[in-house]
Design a protein around this ligand. Structure first.
Ligand code: FEO
Length: 395
């Protein structure tokens, strides 16, 4: 099925309602995803990106109903990751000489994945490709948004930006356009996508948006490679990206813990109670890392001004759910976050030091040496933890 985007631009991608994990097990996709591929039918016929290899047969079968594949003049590969390039090998077997427009790094990525010497045409920012009817594609390199090979392209006259992963969401919908879907779901998935994928490259997001704005190109639609197409006020997601890229935080304190015999859970809940008693307007959330989706926790950390992380000491270390979470956090390089650690211990007392180390490596500002409780908190300890919670409201 193809869906009209504007004039001679068509969506020819694949909705994937089935997907629950992406990048191996690194990213949860509660709402599935879409692989957005676009067909532009001007005097020249252009295919922008393809779909994940798993859906090659379905994709090519549908595409061949919309156009004679041999009539495709150009293929644009905005990004080599296989969720967008997966159908290329089969397609190129059918139309082997067709030029593939991509960056120099795109060639490395495509060669690396498929070991094929296709007819690559490398582009740099500002290069143009005429499609006839007075329309041109303008290429814009976008390294690290989110891979070194990534690029955008912009179709003149129709004023459409093909942004690949940027501004995307892992959000499957048959409705396809941003004005036709549930806004809360859409923005929950958009911020999760940013927090878990784009946060380390926030400074480049700002620079790329400024660069695009400086080109002074009118913008009517943003065609992403995942999730909805932004046709209603496309600048709304651009503005959100600027906000999320600039040390984003809400008035939220998030407590995350794992626990063996509930001692560390009691610490977390006592601190949370104190925060609530001191200021009912502060958003307080508590998560057990062992039974909560890790990417949802990352999103909550991204929204927080203060993060409180705890684990009891086990085998002179920390529980594996907290260790794994700290590793995810370290790679994301979030800015403007304060943190405090906590944990119960019995015979050995290493967990708080280890969590502190992880938080420091992540660039979080530690506001104390951490909260250590020997054995299970008793009544007076709980009172003291509630007072600690009260004090965190103003930190
Ligand atoms: Fe959607 Fe970076 O691939």
């Amino acid at each position: 099925m193809k869906i009209n985007i504007k004039n001679n631009i068509w969506w020819v991608g694949k909705t994937d309602w089935d997907l629950r994990k992406f990048h191996g097990d690194e990213y949860s996709t509660h709402h599935g995803t879409t692989y957005n591929s676009y067909l532009i039918q001007e005097e020249k016929i252009v295919l922008v990106d393809t779909v994940w290899g798993k859906y090659t047969t379905e994709f090519l079968s549908n595409l061949s109903r919309e156009t004679d594949l041999k009539k495709i003049d150009y293929i644009i590969c905005n990004h080599g990751e296989t969720d967008h390039s997966g159908a290329l090998p089969a397609l190129m077997d059918m139309i082997p000489g067709t030029p593939i427009y991509c960056t120099e790094n795109g060639v490395k990525s495509l060669r690396g994945h498929y070991h094929k010497d296709w007819n690559y045409v490398t582009i740099k920012t500002g290069d143009r490709l005429s499609l006839g009817n007075g329309k041109e594609l303008i290429f814009i390199q976008a390294p690290m948004l989110h891979w070194p090979d990534t690029m955008f392209c912009y179709l003149t006259q129709d004023n459409v930006l093909f942004s690949n992963d940027a501004f995307g969401q892992h959000y499957c919908s048959e409705n396809l356009f941003n004005d036709l879907v549930n806004q809360e779901e859409l923005y929950n998935e958009a911020i999760k996508y940013f927090a878990n994928i784009l946060t380390p490259f926030s400074h480049l997001v700002i620079r790329k948006i400024e660069e695009f704005v400086a080109l002074n190109l009118p913008l009517d639609i943003i065609c992403t490679s995942h999730g909805v197409i932004w046709r209603d006020d496309p600048m709304q997601i651009v503005k959100k990206y600027l906000e999320w890229s600039s040390g984003y935080q809400q008035d939220q304190i998030t407590l995350i813990y794992d626990t063996m015999w509930d001692g560390t859970r009691i610490i977390a809940e006592s601190i949370a109670k104190g925060i609530r008693l001191a200021d009912e307007k502060v958003i307080v959330k508590v998560f057990n890392a062992s039974n909560t989706d890790k990417n949802d926790i990352i999103t909550e950390i991204f929204k927080s001004r203060l993060v409180v992380i705890g684990s009891p000491t086990i085998n002179k270390g920390i529980m594996h759910s907290i260790a794994g979470l700290l590793e995810l956090v370290r790679g994301l390089k979030m800015k403007n976050k304060k943190a405090i650690s906590f944990g119960c211990h019995g015979w050995h007392n290493e967990s708080v030091d280890l969590i502190n180390e992880g938080l420091k490596q992540s660039g979080f500002e530690l506001i104390s040496e951490g909260i250590r409780v020997n054995w299970r908190p008793d009544e007076s300890c709980v009172e003291s933890l509630i007072e600690t919670g009260r004090s965190l409201v103003t930190r």
